[in-house]
Unconditional design. Structure first.
Length: 151
C-alpha cells in the first residue's frame, strides 16, 4: 500500500509543479487509475503534513536549482539506473531530501543485492517516509532491522 501512496504523492507533486490545481477531478482520476480511497487519503494527509518542509516548491510552482547527486562506480553496482532516476525525481519534487536520498542509497548498498530495482527502492522510500524512526537511530546512523539480511 505504501508504494502506491508514494506514487500518488509523486503524481500530486508533479501536478503542483506544473501549476495544475488539485481538486475533485484529481481524486476521480486517481480512483479511476485503481488507487483506493485509503491510499488517496493517506497521500493527501502526508502532503498536507509536509507542505512546510517540502523543498523546491515556490509560490510560482517552479523548482529551485539544486545540485545533482551522481553515483560512484561502486554505488552503481547496487542500484539500477531506473531506480536512481526515480530517487532523483523524488528529490527534485521535494518529496525526499538529500539526507533521505543518501540513507536510501546506503540501504541499497547494505542489502548486498546487485542491483536494486525500482520496486525495492519504492519500498525503501515508503519505509523512510512513513517509518523513518525505524531506519535511523538517535545518533544518525542507519539501523538494520531484525528481518534485514546482510550478505
Amino acid at each position: 500500500m505504501h508504494e502506491n501512496v508514494i506514487d500518488i504523492i509523486t503524481y500530486l507533486m508533479t501536478e503542483l509543479h506544473k501549476n495544475h490545481s488539485i481538486n475533485e477531478k484529481t481524486v476521480a482520476t486517481l480512483s479511476n487509475q485503481g488507487y483506493s480511497q485509503a491510499e488517496i487519503s493517506t497521500a493527501f494527509s502526508w502532503l498536507i503534513d509536509h507542505t512546510s518542509s517540502i523543498q523546491g516548491l515556490s509560490n510560482t510552482g517552479h523548482t529551485f536549482a539544486a545540485s545533482l547527486r551522481v553515483l560512484h562506480e561502486f554505488e552503481k553496482m547496487f542500484i539500477s539506473t531506473h531506480a536512481f532516476g526515480y530517487l532523483v525525481l523524488l528529490q527534485q519534487l521535494g518529496i525526499i531530501d538529500n539526507r533521505q536520498m543518501e540513507d536510501i542509497i546506503e540501504q541499497c548498498i547494505a542489502s548486498g543485492q546487485q542491483p536494486i530495482g525500482l520496486p525495492k527502492v519504492k519500498q525503501l522510500v515508503a519505509a523512510f517516509l512513513f517509518n523513518a524512526h525505524s531506519y535511523r537511530s538517535d545518533s544518525g546512523t542507519v539501523v538494520l532491522q531484525p528481518t534485514d539480511t546482510i550478505h
